[in-house]
Design a protein around this ligand. Structure first.
Ligand SMILES: [Zn+2]
Ligand SMILES: [Zn+2]
Length: 353
């Protein structure tokens, strides 16, 4: 308990937290054990972290001046009616504490909720079931964005204040992606698209329908917004197949990474331009592929107009010619398509580049 006490004091000094508002005295072992269950810790000025029990204590909430509660749990807690409960601002994000849980897609609204409440001078409680993983991940994201800190640094700071904080490895990975996207979930970025595809693949065996938002809009159905964009057309019949924004770039051949996305660093996903040794484009699925992709693990990708063989797909991943594994993979051979630039004035006409 000496360790906890010292760590807490160090953390409190580091983060500028004032006083102990959780009602627990970490210097007393007995008190500490009793308190652990409903412990609520001020980890940042006006920002508290806790488990499910911390919301069951209206007095404690009132004492700490908490008027905003963010729940990251399977069930939304019920609040006893009474003084202090009305006017309570709440946000509920349903999430299991599992590495495959998609927390990343909810981070923007979680961070915004905390930020807005803080701006209004409210004290905020972020809690999950045991206050160790889900709530820790959300609070870490908030600290990362607010102080523009790298994941490791923000997490380390939080663990100094709350040594038992330990998010699951899936959340660690998601926070690294959050950092790579600039502390904002950019759903149009290659990083997010790749992440979404991986999430879908994890559920693949039970998958009945592929989520529609997974597919890029068929370029033949888009009449606007293509200006200055690069289009890829079937070399044989000229049908438009995909846009430049659908390409999911990767770093050339740093060894097999299939099924090991945790080992892939976000910076390795931040690449631009094409690689000389990659003979294929790895792209996000496009609408015209939908019927081909569903219900099968792998197969060929054929031109929807002339049926020319364009490439292949595999939900378990495929290896690029450069040696890199991409999971899942939707691969189009570069020599089966032509890269065309939309002419700004003529709109629908293209020029080979
Ligand atoms: Zn490659
Ligand atoms: Zn074709």
């Amino acid at each position: 308990m000496v360790r906890l006490s010292a760590a807490w004091l160090l953390g409190a000094a580091m983060l500028g937290a004032q006083g102990r508002s959780n009602g627990c005295d970490p210097a007393s072992e007995i008190s500490s054990q009793v308190c652990t269950a409903r412990q609520m810790l001020e980890v940042w000025p006006g920002l508290y972290l806790g488990g499910a029990a911390s919301v069951a204590e209206p007095d404690q909430l009132r004492e700490a001046g908490i008027t905003a509660i963010l729940t990251v749990d399977v069930e939304e807690p019920g609040f006893k009616t009474g003084a202090g409960v009305e006017g309570l601002r709440r946000l509920f994000v349903p999430a299991l504490d599992k590495p495959e849980t998609d927390l990343l897609s909810h981070l923007d609204r979680c961070v915004a909720f905390i930020g807005q409440a803080r701006e209004e001078g409210r004290a905020v409680l972020v809690h999950c079931h045991s206050g160790v993983s889900r709530s820790v991940a959300v609070v870490t994201a908030f600290i990362m964005k607010t102080d523009q800190l790298a994941f490791e640094k923000a997490y380390e700071n939080l663990q100094t204040v709350k040594p038992e904080a330990k998010m699951n490895e899936g959340f660690e990975w998601q926070l690294k992606l959050y950092q790579a996207m600039g502390y904002e979930v950019d759903t149009s970025s290659a990083i997010y698209k790749q992440y979404r595809l991986q999430k879908v693949t994890e559920k693949y065996p039970e998958l009945q329908n592929l989520p529609q938002e997974l597919f890029a809009v068929d370029p033949t159905t888009i009449s606007q917004g293509l200006k200055d964009e690069v289009l890829y057309k079937c070399r044989k019949c000229r049908r438009s197949l995909f846009r430049n924004s659908s390409i999911l770039d990767h770093n050339e051949g740093s060894g097999p990474i299939a099924f090991a996305h945790k080992r892939m660093t976000p910076s390795s996903m931040l690449t631009t331009g094409t690689q000389a040794h990659c003979t294929s484009y790895f792209i996000e699925p496009v609408q015209w592929m939908e019927s081909t992709l569903l219900g099968v693990m792998d197969g060929q990708l054929l031109c929807p107009k002339c049926s020319a063989k364009l490439g292949s797909f595999n939900w378990y991943g495929e290896q690029c010619s450069c040696g890199r594994w991409i999971t899942p993979a939707f691969q189009i051979h570069k020599n089966r398509v032509d890269e065309m630039k939309m002419l700004p004035v003529l709109g629908s006409q293209t020029r080979k580049i």
